[in-house]
Design a protein around this ligand. Sequence first.
Ligand code: SF4
Length: 95
Amino acid sequence: MSVDQQSSEKQKDAKKAWIQKMIRSAKLHHKLCPFYDRKKRLCFLKLGERCPFDGRFENCSIFIGFLDRRYDEIVSAGKPLPIDFEDPLVQFGVS
Ligand code: SF4
């Protein structure tokens, strides 16, 4: 494996670890997905489409995709990665 491949594997692992940390943190703050509209059973991230998981977000690819994009955004802005899901950088992104 080349040095480049190794460093991109390391980055992938770091991203995976951060995403898992954010999911654990989100679970401490929220019983159901923070993007779930309980009354209408819709997903705010999917622009009002029905949530197929009834708000359980641990294995939701949409929720994970949101964190994946945030990770890239935060890292490319050179900001430190938050340790809490409620951090404004996670909630609102880099502005
Ligand atoms: S689809 Fe995923 S992100 Fe959207 S509300 Fe449901 S659990 Fe949350």
